[in-house]
Design a protein around this ligand. Structure first.
Ligand SMILES: [Zn+2]
Length: 76
């Protein structure tokens, strides 16, 4: 086997993650026996973090014109 790019293809054998029983994603680690997406096997609670959701949902700030870009500009 030669060194370099062709031999890196050998790394793609074997599974690290299989389909999770709880959340259904392919994130259940076979070796460590926990799910990387929902934390199944590590904790009875669902794995969730506040940084996953956007800022305005985190602090419940809803700006009135959040999605609207002002069309009229005032130069005077
Ligand atoms: Zn899961």
């Amino acid at each position: 086997m030669t060194k370099g790019t062709p031999s890196f293809g050998q790394k793609n054998q074997g599974k690290t993650h299989i389909r999770c029983r709880r959340c259904g994603k392919r994130a259940y680690n076979v070796r460590h026996k926990y799910c990387a997406a929902c934390g199944y096997g590590r904790s009875p609670r669902l794995r969730e973090y506040r940084w996953r959701q956007p800022y305005y949902l985190r602090y419940r700030i809803f700006y009135r014109r959040y999605w609207k870009v002002p069309s009229v500009r005032k130069f005077t």
